[in-house]
Ligand binder design. Structure first.
Ligand SMILES: [Zn+2]
Ligand SMILES: [Zn+2]
Length: 486
């Protein structure tokens, strides 16, 4: 009896909407239906639907040839004449005129029908799916396209579908199917509980994936590509943890940094205000979160040319990061790097110089340790069982985001060192050595060799040659790789 109320509610909903519950798209546009859902009689195409369906098929086939993502399926092409979009929000108009993807307003990005996510308790899966309006995944405008692969994700236009696909949807398209498909109504309580647990696990996996993807795009300097991934990180974090949880802060910071990268400072400050508000309301907020917030605030102030305020936030970032991770940690080096950039822009070259040297030292030490560990693993491979080796490798490997950060930071420092009016060959050689180790670890051996030989040649001309031996050893290692060809 307990399940009869939601069931009748679902029937009422399906009668009202002219479709069966659980179907992601109520239109008659696409043949078939959502996973495991049949189309209702009322949703089939009317007279002339066959010809329109054939045209739609041909159009989709053409799209498949031209685009790297699955062909969109139109929701309204067959059953009714194509309607214009219901409304263009200010954000969409701005995007169209600037040619860039502007993220939606904070509230609209996370808006769920009837303020769903106030508590950390996950909502009823079936209701969550039933109530979801067909809105564009990126901007929240009325949708008229949907992903032809998962058939559960909607877009206002092809531009937004493509932007989402290249950013994150390609990775999560199939992961969304179990997350966005309703559980059957008539199942035992135990099974429902298990289903909800599985759902939360999957959502958390998607949060990790979207977060790390967005973070990597940011370190690669691809800010626009990072936005859809960061939006998904925020959306799923909101669904799992609620709208005022401190777990949302990392996603807000990603969005803010992406906005700063594409010059949308106002939008960035809105995201940062949200993050700040959450941090202020969380008395036991960790310093790890606070240092990231100060870094993002510092980056925004620096982008706006407010250098004094930027230095204030970056000093806080360095203080909090060093008290949590240590003064010589790579978490702290990030703040030093951004602070050096501010001093560089202020033309205070002495301070900038010493900070760049500090950043190089931290990465140099970190990479030296990583290369040594890698070598120990290779040496012990013959003696140990494969199981212990795997454990060691996974513990010591750099994360993808760390690799991207190191590549961005060290190349930026190298550029500055090489273009400086007053050359410091010792410092330049140190950056080159760090880069050679980094490229060796990520198995880009030709670049590793190039950087290593440059560092070696520079150091040969100097009186102090203590690093020469280490670089020579690294070059030997690179040459020893069987698949390396110069
Ligand atoms: Zn859109
Ligand atoms: Zn999809």
């Amino acid at each position: 009896m307990a399940s009869s109320a939601p069931l009748s509610a679902a029937r009422r909903y399906s009668r009202r909407a002219g479709r069966r519950p659980g179907r992601a798209d109520g239109s008659a546009a696409t043949p078939g239906g959502g996973p495991g859902v049949r189309r209702s009689a009322s949703s089939r195409a009317g007279p002339g639907g066959g010809r329109a369906r054939a045209q739609g098929k041909a159009e989709r086939a053409r799209c498949r040839k031209q685009t790297p993502y699955p062909a969109p399926t139109s929701r309204s092409a067959e059953a009714a004449p194509r309607r214009p979009l219901l409304k263009f929000s200010r954000k969409r108009t701005a995007r169209a005129s600037s040619g860039t993807c502007v993220p939606p307003d904070v509230t609209s990005a996370t808006r769920r029908p009837r303020a769903a996510c106030a508590s950390a308790q996950p909502r009823s899966v079936a209701l969550a799916t039933l109530e979801r309006p067909r809105r564009c995944e990126l901007c929240g405008a009325a949708a008229r396209l949907r992903c032809g692969r998962c058939r559960l994700t909607h877009y206002c236009d092809a531009d937004h579908q493509k932007a989402d696909w290249v950013s994150i949807h390609e990775k999560i398209c199939q992961l969304l199917v179990p997350v966005r498909t309703s559980l059957p109504f008539l199942i035992p309580e135990e099974e429902r509980k298990h289903g909800v647990e599985q759902l939360v696990k999957r959502q958390k996996y998607i949060i990790d994936l979207t977060y790390s993807t967005a973070q990597k795009f940011l370190w690669d300097g691809k800010h626009e590509k990072a936005m859809p991934a960061a939006l998904h990180a925020l959306r799923f974090s909101t669904e799992v943890y609620g709208s005022s949880s401190v777990q949302l802060v990392p996603a807000y910071l990603l969005l803010a940094e992406a906005c700063i990268g594409v010059g949308h400072h106002l939008q960035a400050s809105k995201y940062l205000s949200q993050a700040q508000w959450i941090v202020l309301r969380t008395p036991d907020c960790s310093t790890a979160v606070q240092h990231r917030l100060h870094r993002s605030l510092g980056l925004l102030c620096a982008a706006e040319g407010n250098f004094e305020q930027a230095l204030y936030h970056l000093a806080n970032d360095i203080y909090l990061a060093s008290s949590t991770f240590g003064l010589k940690s790579i978490e702290t080096s990030g703040g030093c790097f951004h602070m050096a950039n501010v001093f560089f822009r202020q033309n205070k070259m002495d301070i900038a110089d010493s900070l760049y040297a500090e950043v190089t030292d931290i990465w140099h030490a970190f990479l030296t340790k990583s290369v040594q560990t890698q070598e120990q693993i290779h040496k012990s491979r013959a003696e140990k069982s494969p199981f212990t080796e795997d454990k060691e490798i996974s513990e010591d490997n750099m994360t993808e985001a760390q690799q991207a950060e190191a590549i961005q930071v060290l190349n930026a420092v190298l550029d500055i060192r090489e273009q400086a009016p007053k050359q410091q060959p010792g410092e330049t050689a140190r950056v080159l050595h760090a880069l050679a180790m980094l490229y060796y670890l990520v198995m880009d051996l030709s670049k590793a060799y190039e950087m290593g030989t440059k560092a070696f040649d520079l150091l040969k001309q100097l009186p102090q040659q203590e690093s020469l031996e280490a670089i020579g050893r690294l070059l030997k290692l690179i040459n020893s790789k069987p698949f390396y060809t110069k």
